[in-house]
Design a protein around this ligand. Structure first.
Ligand code: ADP
Length: 825
């Protein structure tokens, strides 16, 4: 073969191989003559572009390109041409086929140049074209799918993570970032166990999933976040995809629920309080032992469904229950209320019940047996009533009054307290029998029958009276006291079946009566009731005793009133008689005095006539006797006059008024010549002093004192008397007065009075000298003292023999004087 042929053969061979290769890859080839501006392509290229002719101008060729991508062609062409070194260019663009179909093609091209350096210019461009429509579509579908996955993963509320087999984070959605407190950029590419060191439990589960190739689902607490996570981990060839969410709230709620269920269970089983679980149909689903014991049911009653709300509840509580159920349905709980439950044996137990719904269908109820409390309440109510009754009876006791109604009230109180039907109180009669003093509930014939009975009577009160002890007959039909007695029939007729009789004892233990309560049914009063009855019996005893004492007292008072009246009459009669006698005596003494003075005055007159007429005939000693007779008669007369005055002073009224003592004294001095100079010197140093006194009495008092002051002086001494007053200084011997008073002093220069006689000289007839020395009767100072006593004054003296005397008269100041004194002050 010649070389050309050989070469041609080789070429065609190589072309064939290229064609086959191109065919196998689906590539078309093209050739663009840049000089001519024409492009030609092989069959495949034409097929791809939908062109029928092999060679066509570039401008036409461009029409086959999608208008949106034409720029890519010119840009590629321009850039290919400007590059000095021949480079390959790649462009992907859309082809607009004549049939309207759009196809994606990938074009590779290379520009060929001609000439050197500056003269270098592109002359040709050759390349391949490949239809990549299918790839493009697949790629787009993939992209869309990827975008969709992204969107889904990004938007799901769960956290989503992906790890590769080296436990590096390859993906984390927004929720995962939030839950792990890390941004995706922090996580991606980093090892999970380095970032989260306390996650061993998770690691274990993930390893297992990877090892087994099976998905793992678990819930795990992660301490650093104090959170519970729910995990779904799916192994894949690349690693592990993990969905997770924070379930802490749910977990905690579950835990709380479990705790509360546990608590409820413990409470239920502890048997502290009767507890039942019930359903909305009213069935009792479960009951604890405490409940079963309290109401006498068995566990089988519960398990076999024999226990229901309706079997437990007496009919009258149904309405109350319905209200509670309505409340339960609206609020989930009811306010605990009191009702009764029926026991298996039919008896009733008072309870407090409180219930709560556990869910829509089931609930729990706590049942408290309040039998004891009820009993205590009843006892308390009874005590309260008893106390009120006792207090009422007590107030009756205080008020007093008629015995019968008071005892009636005590009987009523006893009936109320001991829940009796009848009752009475009997009083002991003087013959030791019993008389019904008050009763309630009995007909008259019954009262008449049992009245006036004695200790020997066949009845409870008779026995109690005989023994002095309380007698209780729980049932008259069974009692030996009433057996075969006519009294039994009477009790039957009156409807009395039981009776108690309590003796009413005084505080000294004397039986005052009997206190009985009667019952229509057989009955034994309990200890408490008996105690209260004793208290009432005590009250009754006090009231009876008091009434009896009051009666005795009344009789005594009446006696006393009668004697008083008699006495008064007697006293009146005697006083009248006495006054009559006194008047008679006064009249008598007056006439006696009067009659006595006449002979005395006659004696004085006759002796003086005899002295005068027989002076020359009689001897001196006879004349002396005559003088003495005359003197004695005058003294006697003076004595009679003074005595008369004293007597008058004692009887006569001495009305008080305000008196100016200064002018009274000056008037006195003027009246009596023996008080005038030269016989005496009297200085009155009181100007104006108002005292409260009786004028006649004061005149008599001061005339006596002044008279004595000038009388009792030594022979040859001229009497000098000073009178003055002061207000502040109370001399010893006088009481210091609380009210205002004046002290009037009378000081003389007389013979003085010895200390021993200071008190005595104020008594009647007491004198220190014989009449021959100093005349007088010894009545003057007694009169002074008595007068002062009767007019609110007092007297004392300071004196000793030879040194004169100083009498001090205390006188109450007149009210006017006080006012004047205080005004002048
Ligand atoms: P009479 O003056 O009539 O003797 P009184 O009763 O007035 O009686 O006085 C009693 C006695 O007190 C007097 O007898 C006298 O001894 C004594 N007496 C009274 N006043 C004074 C006086 N001023 N000085 C001394 N003795 C007096």
């Amino acid at each position: 073969m010649n070389p050309r042929i050989k070469t041609e053969a080789a070429l065609s061979d190589s072309e064939e191989r290229l064609r086959l290769a191109l065919e196998a890859t689906g590539l078309g080839t093209w050739d663009c003559d840049l000089q001519a501006g024409e492009i030609s392509g092989d069959d495949r290229t034409r097929e791809i572009f939908g062109l029928s002719i092999n060679r066509l101008p570039l401008s036409r060729f461009l029409l086959a390109i999608h208008p949106g991508d034409r720029g890519k062609v010119s840009f590629a062409a321009d850039s290919a041409r400007q590059v000095s070194a021949p480079t390959q260019h790649h462009v992907e663009l859309r082809v607009l086929r004549p049939d309207g179909e759009i196809r994606w093609v990938a074009i590779n091209g290379k520009v060929q140049f001609e000439g050197q350096e500056l003269y270098r210019r592109p002359i040709r461009c050759i390349g391949t074209v490949m239809d990549i429509t299918e790839w493009k579509r697949a790629d787009e579908a993939l992209r869309a799918a990827h975008a969709r996955t992204e969107t889904i993963l990004g938007s799901i509320s769960d956290g989503f993570l992906a790890f590769d087999r080296e436990w590096r984070f390859t993906y984390a959605n927004a929720e995962a970032e939030r839950l792990l407190h890390r941004s995706a950029s922090d996580l991606l590419g980093r090892n999970a166990w380095e970032l989260f060191p306390e996650a061993d439990a998770f690691r274990e589960q993930y390893n297992k999933a990877l090892a087994t190739g099976r998905a793992a689902h678990f819930e795990q607490f992660y301490r650093p976040f104090n959170a519970w996570l729910e995990i779904h981990a799916y192994p894949s060839a690349d690693g592990l995809s993990v969905y997770f969410r924070d379930i802490s709230i749910r977990k905690r709620a579950e835990e709380a629920l479990q705790r509360s269920e546990r608590r409820l269970r413990v409470f239920f089983e502890s048997d502290m309080v009767g507890t039942i679980f019930w359903d909305i149909e009213g069935r009792i689903r479960d009951a604890n032992n405490k409940f079963l014991r309290t109401f006498g049911y068995t566990r089988e009653d519960v398990t076999e469904g024999r226990l229901a709300w309706s079997t437990l509840t007496p009919p009258e509580f149904r309405t109350l229950d319905e209200q509670a159920i309505a409340q339960l349905k609206t609020t989930g709980v009811d306010i605990p209320y009191e009702k009764e439950f029926l026991c298996k044996n039919g008896s009733r137990v008072p309870i407090i019940i409180g219930a709560a719904m556990l869910d829509e269908l089931e609930g729990v109820a706590f049942v408290l047996d309040i039998t004891e409390r009820k009993r205590a309440e009843n006892r308390l109510a009874r005590d309260l009533e008893a106390m009120t009754r006792l207090q009422e009876v007590g107030s009756l006791f205080v008020r007093g009054g008629d015995l019968e109604p008071v005892l009636g009230q005590i009987v009523e109180a006893a009936i109320a307290i001991s829940k009796a039907d009848f009752g009475n109180i009997q009083l002991i009669l003087p013959n030791s029998g019993l008389r019904i003093a008050a009763q309630r509930g009995f007909p008259q014939w019954y009262v008449d029958y049992w009245n006036d009975l004695t200790a020997s009577c066949d009845c409870s009160c008779g026995s109690a009276l005989a023994s002095g002890q309380r007698v209780i007959v729980p049932d008259v039909e069974q009692s030996p006291i009433f057996a075969a007695t006519p009294g039994l029939e009477k009790q039957r007729q009156a409807g009395v079946r039981a009776v108690q009789s309590t003796p009413v004892l005084s505080r000294s233990g004397k039986v005052l009566g009997m206190f009985s309560t009667h019952f229509k049914k057989p009955h034994t009063p309990d200890e408490h009731a008996l105690k209260l009855l004793d208290l009432l019996a005590r009250q009754a005893a006090d009231i009876i005793e008091r009434a009896q004492i009051a009666e005795v007292l009344k009789a005594a008072k009446e006696d006393l009133a009668r004697s008083n009246h008699d006495l008064e009459t007697k006293v009146r009669e005697r006083t009248a008689k006495l006054e009559e006698t006194i008047a008679e005596l006064e009249g008598f003494s007056y006439s006696l005095v009067h009659d006595m003075r006449a002979p005395l005055r006659a004696m004085v007159g006759y002796t003086s006539i005899l002295q005068r007429d027989a002076e020359l005939r009689l001897r001196p000693d006879e004349l002396e006797l005559l003088r003495r007779i005359g003197l004695a008669a005058s003294r006697m007369d003076q004595l009679v006059v003074d005595s008369l005055n004293y007597g008058k002073l004692l009887r006569q009224e001495l009305p008080l008024k305000s008196i100016d003592i200064g002018s009274l004294l000056r008037g006195l001095v003027e009246t009596y010549p023996n008080l005038h100079p030269p016989l005496a010197e009297i200085s009155i140093e009181i100007d104006h002093l108002l005292v409260s006194g009786n004028e006649a009495a004061l005149t008599q008092i001061f005339s006596n004192l002044l008279g004595n002051a000038v009388k009792f002086v030594a022979a040859g001494t001229k009497p000098r008397v000073r009178v003055w007053a002061d207000f502040d200084r109370c001399p010893p011997g006088l009481p210091s007065e609380s009210h205002d008073c004046a002290y009037v002093w009378i000081e003389d220069n007389g013979i003085g009075i010895p200390g021993y006689a200071h008190k005595k000289i104020f008594t009647m007839f007491h004198r220190l000298h014989r009449a021959e020395e100093y005349p007088g009767t010894g009545i003057g100072l007694a009169l002074v003292k008595k007068s002062l006593e009767r007019t609110g004054g007092k007297i004392t003296l300071q004196s000793e023999p030879g040194k004169g005397s100083r009498f001090c008269v205390q006188l109450p100041l007149a009210v006017q004087h006080t006012t004047e004194a205080s005004l002048s002050a």
